[in-house]
Design a binder for this molecule. Structure first.
Ligand code: FNR
Length: 320
């Protein structure tokens, strides 16, 4: 189909399924184990219905907002997804350009196919971006990459906290990983990997299972970037995050259903998070973001109505 026939995010998914290489489709589309959380992420939006009010003058409306002081043309950002070159020969820089052209923020992944500098060089003047961090077992590696992101003007450090070990994505595990994956592997740690375990396992062998709350304070001590914890799934952890001065936000997320299966969707967790923060008087301490299953404008609206500042889009940006 031509681009004009693509009416919604699902249309891009249908085409991507046909044109992507099988291992790319497997890596992008997969969720953990029975993919219950993956399905739940979008399904949960269907269970929330509107109570529309009428007779309000809506002739002059704006979709613009600010995230962590950066302007955004929409309450939407492109969230971090590893291995952009599985979907496009140029990789993540095409998303950087798209974000620049449309005035939205891209969260640049640690495990991108392009280098951080390649992505940052693809920015237009005044384009703000964020950096997604996987904390390395070797903290010096992490210190360097955080410094680099800060020096080059990244406006937020999104620390992924829901991946102490890798989710079991069986679709991906059934396929051997390709050469574009081994490039990343070399760049990030260079150690031996099991070539039979799929793309995700191949790139993530350095992820540090010891990561815990004191590490977040350490990150706060080595950077001036605002820290946002990506992958909060309970009111309790939201409150704990809010008590850390360096943490300026959270992403209510289950990693697109790719980590622990049978977790709740972000949109289901959001009211609990907002209520927990309110109950300790810290509602205004954090900007709350949400991702997972956002596929329609109505989904974005529901997230905002329930207290999110903005939402992240993962697979739809890869498929497009
Ligand atoms: C991801 N996600 C992710 N998150 C992260 O913090 N670091 C990463 O490297 C990746 N990599 C990644 C690869 C792929 C192929 C996908 C689909 C997702 C998770 C991502 O940031 C986000 O949480 C979800 O993708 C949101 O769900 P939707 O929009 O894909 O439904």
């Amino acid at each position: 189909p031509s681009i004009n026939e693509m009416l919604n995010a699902f249309d891009f998914e249908a085409v991507a399924r046909k044109v992507l290489k099988p291992e790319s489709w497997a890596y992008y589309s997969s969720g953990a184990e029975d993919e219950l959380t993956l399905r739940e992420n979008h399904a949960a939006f269907h269970r929330i219905l509107f109570k529309p009010r009428v007779l309000i003058n809506v002739s002059n409306i704006s979709t613009t907002t600010t995230f962590l002081s950066s302007p955004s043309s929409l309450p939407v950002y492109i969230t971090a997804c590893a291995l952009g070159k599985l979907g496009h020969p140029e990789g993540e820089v095409v998303l950087t350009r798209a974000a620049g052209a449309k005035g939205v923020i891209q969260m640049m992944p640690t495990l991108a196919s392009c280098s951080l500098d390649e992505m940052l060089d693809a920015r237009v003047v005044g384009q703000d971006t964020w950096f997604q961090l996987y904390v390395n077992g070797d903290r010096e590696v992490t210190r360097k990459v955080v410094k680099r992101a800060e020096e080059r003007g990244c406006k937020g450090l999104f620390v992924t906290v829901d991946a102490p070990s890798l989710g079991r994505r069986e679709k991906d595990m059934r396929l051997k990983y390709s050469s574009s994956v081994s490039d990343i592997q070399e760049k990030n740690n260079g150690s031996n990997v099991n070539r039979n375990m799929g793309a995700a396992r191949a790139i993530s062998s350095f992820i540090d299972a010891t990561l815990s709350w004191p590490d977040i304070e350490w990150l706060g001590s080595i950077t001036t970037m605002p820290i946002v914890l990506k992958g909060i799934q309970t009111g309790q952890d939201a409150v704990r995050a809010a008590y850390l001065p360096c943490v300026k936000g959270i992403v209510v997320s289950n990693h697109g259903g790719r980590q622990l299966d049978t977790c709740r969707s972000g949109i289901q967790i959001l009211p609990e998070v907002v209520a927990a923060l309110k109950s300790v008087g810290l509602r205004d301490r954090l900007e709350i973001f949400l991702d997972g299953g956002v596929r329609r404008g109505a989904d974005i609206f529901k997230a905002l109505a329930l207290g999110a500042k903005g939402v992240g889009i993962g697979r739809p940006s890869l498929y497009a």
